[in-house]
Design a binder for this molecule. Structure first.
Ligand SMILES: [Zn+2]
Length: 253
């Protein structure tokens, strides 16, 4: 399977997997026109859509894509039913598509029913883990989000994170406001600035890199506890909650 991406809306990614026989799978189509255009250009046959959660910038394109390609199966969690999901999937399910196995994992925190899809070596994590950061936590589900991002962290180190937004630069700026002297984050920030100037996008990124540059995955480190004024006895989860709350009101522009 070959991975490609479409930039959509302000900062969304729509991921597409296709094979040499020109069949394809679309992940989180927030819009339809760009997806249909690409499919027509490439002469692909879409077989499935995978949805991670029910936000409109992830599901907004489903109905129009289905009008154009009515045979597509739409996989998604229960919360995406009213947006066109025809095959409801849950944690532990295995989907067999185009001779590949896709594992479904429950990754709540951003929404109550958020799921991620793992097709080795890719994890389609929607709005759970971002490069350098993580999704917003709604309905106070901090414990869920902490567990979800740490689950993604635990995937093999050569897994590629395919999340749904290009937030990397703002996430790194926030991280540097916390850890201004962290060499790994500083170097990565410089590198990403160059990549973004070339309009390539910073994703996908290896989990191995995220473990080093994503402060939300490093919340047990004393350096971070110290930087945000928490004692060493505080848990990784408590540090996570503090960081996430600070990020919510961080103005980087
Ligand atoms: Zn969302």
């Amino acid at each position: 399977m070959i991975l490609t991406k479409i930039f959509a809306l302000n900062d969304n990614y729509i991921w597409i997997l296709y094979n040499i026989n020109n069949f394809c799978i679309i992940i989180d189509p927030g819009v339809s026109h760009l997806v249909i255009k690409k499919i027509q250009e490439k002469k692909w046959n879409p077989v499935a859509i995978l949805l991670t959660h029910n936000h409109i910038d992830h599901v907004g394109g489903v109905k129009n894509i289905l009008k154009a390609y009515s045979n597509i199966i739409v996989f998604g969690p229960e919360e995406t039913k009213k947006f066109g999901a025809t095959r409801i999937v849950k944690n532990g399910d295995k989907i067999r598509l185009l001779d590949k196995e896709i594992n479904v994992f429950f990754t709540p925190g951003h929404t109550l029913g958020h799921i991620s899809y793992y097709l080795k070596p890719y994890i389609f994590s929607g709005d759970t883990l971002f490069s350098g950061g993580c999704g917003r936590v709604f309905k106070d589900r901090f414990a869920d989000m902490y567990q979800s991002i740490n689950f993604i962290k635990s995937l093999p180190k050569n897994t590629f994170l395919c999340c749904s937004h290009e937030y990397t630069l703002s996430n790194l700026i926030f991280s540097l406001s916390i850890l201004p002297f962290d060499r790994k984050i500083k170097n990565y920030y410089k590198n990403i600035k160059k990549v973004l100037l070339l309009k390539k996008g910073s994703l996908p990124v290896a989990i191995n890199i995220e473990r080093k540059i994503n402060i939300f995955l490093r919340t047990r480190e004393n350096e971070i506890k110290e930087a945000i004024g928490l004692g060493y006895e505080k848990s990784g989860f408590e540090v996570f909650v503090e960081l996430r709350k600070r990020k919510d009101c961080f103005n980087w522009s």
